[in-house]
Design a binder for this molecule. Structure first.
Ligand SMILES: Nc1nc2c(ncn2[C@@H]2O[C@H](COP(=O)(O)OP(=O)(O)OP(=O)(O)O)[C@@H](O)[C@H]2O)c(=O)[nH]1
Ligand SMILES: [K+]
Ligand SMILES: [Mg+2]
Length: 386
């Protein structure tokens, strides 16, 4: 019996053979939808489609956000890990030195960030080659991915790694397509668009919907979407949108002229992890990306904070001034007093009596609140113990 991987290969071959035009667009739409479903099957451990789930490399999460290191073997991920965090991760000249995930931490402008060094992956990882699936599964749960590349290797490696991540449902440096989709019981397919669609026609959309056995739905497209974008919306449960920084390592081994060229690659930071060159710029790069998380700029405008969906809360020891130098950083979706306590130490909740809060989240200044109270950016909190 053909395995899921075989079926995927067959469809990919057929798609490569089929020229895209008016007459073939329905067929191509069907193929793309079939492909998306097979890939999902491959990534769902229970389906038995491709190699089993195996032991994962996931690690206990600490800090306000985690950054996963992805790259081919021996590009210098572990060397970078040791340099950035001080957490030793074995580095050596042979491939697959790192065999499991190694977590470490950096504190950046007051925010603890978890860095996760991972084993190297190889082409075909997403289809079950090597331990690649477990590695990419960890990356999929990170808030930011460093794609680490060796500048002595062909730049095509970048595309290969991107393909591996994409094949795993990770969309990089991209926000979800602006398409709303609402399934209905009857009424047929109602497709509307607010911009001209240059990549897809309705035939293709109908073919995809047919493959997904959806006969009635409202589909409102507000961007010049591709058929892959539409499939991403239908497969929304298995898609994640993660920012990526390309870490171009080993610049100590190239010329200044070559280095100049590297600076033209978007979202990339050339470094030498061995020599510790340009690591400051790498840290800074994390804050210029449109991340939906972190990065604590104590003096940044409040608007930026809202965009980043983070809440800074200052601790005020009883009878003392608030400590403005080290805010506790919480996500806007998890910012109760209880989250605040847990962010400091997990034993605090056990001794908690109430909290005294100053700031936007309370009517009276100050006000006593309980564990479920939701905090706002720049609130000041004193915990009263029992
Ligand atoms: N010239 C140069 N060599 C480097 C640099 N960073 C790492 N290396 C060398 O590259 C080799 C591989 O480094 P590692 O840190 O083990 O690479 P890795 O990506 O963790 O490798 P795996 O764990 O096997 O996937 C080692 O011999 C390092 O000394 C660098 O900035 N410049
Ligand atoms: K290595
Ligand atoms: Mg390593």
């Amino acid at each position: 019996m053909a395995t899921t991987v075989d079926k995927i290969k067959d469809i990919e071959t057929e798609m490569a053979r089929t020229q895209k035009n008016k007459a073939t667009s329905f067929h191509l739409g069907q193929l793309k939808a079939k492909l998306a479903k097979l890939k999902r099957e491959l990534l769902t451990p229970t389906s038995g489609g491709g190699g089993g789930a195996g032991a994962g490399f996931d690690v206990a999460r600490t800090g306000v956000a985690s950054v996963g290191f992805i790259g081919f073997p021996s590009v210098g991920k572990s060397t970078l890990m040791s340099k950035l965090t001080g957490q030793h991760s074995e580095a050596a000249a042979y491939e697959f030195t790192t065999l499991t995930s190694v977590p470490g931490q950096v504190v950046y402008n007051g925010a603890p960030l978890q860095m996760i060094d991972l084993p190297g992956i190889i082409e075909g990882a997403k289809d079950g080659r090597g331990r690649g699936r477990q590695v990419i599964a960890v990356a999929k749960t990170c808030h930011l991915i460093f794609i680490v590349l060796d500048v002595n290797k062909p730049l095509t490696d970048k595309r290969v790694i991107e393909n591996e991540l994409e094949g795993f449902g990770i969309r990089i440096n991209k926000s979800p397509p602006n398409i709303t989709f609402k399934k209905k019981d009857k009424g047929g397919l109602n497709i509307s668009s607010t911009v001209p669609l240059t990549h897809i026609d309705t035939d293709e959309i109908r073919a995809v919907m047919g493959e997904y056995k959806i006969s009635s739905a409202d589909i409102a497209i507000r961007c010049d979407a591709t058929i892959d974008d539409l499939i991403d919306i239908l497969e929304a449960k298995s898609r994640v949108y993660i920012p990526v920084i390309y870490v171009l390592n080993k610049i100590d081994s190239i010329s200044i002229e070559e280095l100049d060229l590297l600076y033209r690659i978007p979202n990339a930071v050339p470094i030498s992890s061995e020599h510790g060159w340009n690591l400051d710029e790498l840290m800074e790069a994390m804050q210029v990306l449109p991340l939906d998380f972190v990065l604590v700029l104590v003096f940044s405008p409040a608007a930026l904070w809202e965009k980043l969906n983070l809440v800074r809360v200052y601790t005020k020891p009883h009878g003392k001034l608030p400590d403005y130098s080290a805010p506790v950083v919480l996500r806007a979706t998890r910012c109760t007093v209880e989250d605040f306590c847990n962010a400091i130490h997990k034993t605090i909740v056990d001794q908690f009596r109430n909290a005294i809060v100053y700031g936007k989240s309370v009517k009276h200044q100050p006000q006593r609140v309980g564990l479920s109270h939701e905090l706002c950016d720049e609130d000041i909190v004193t915990i009263i113990k029992r």
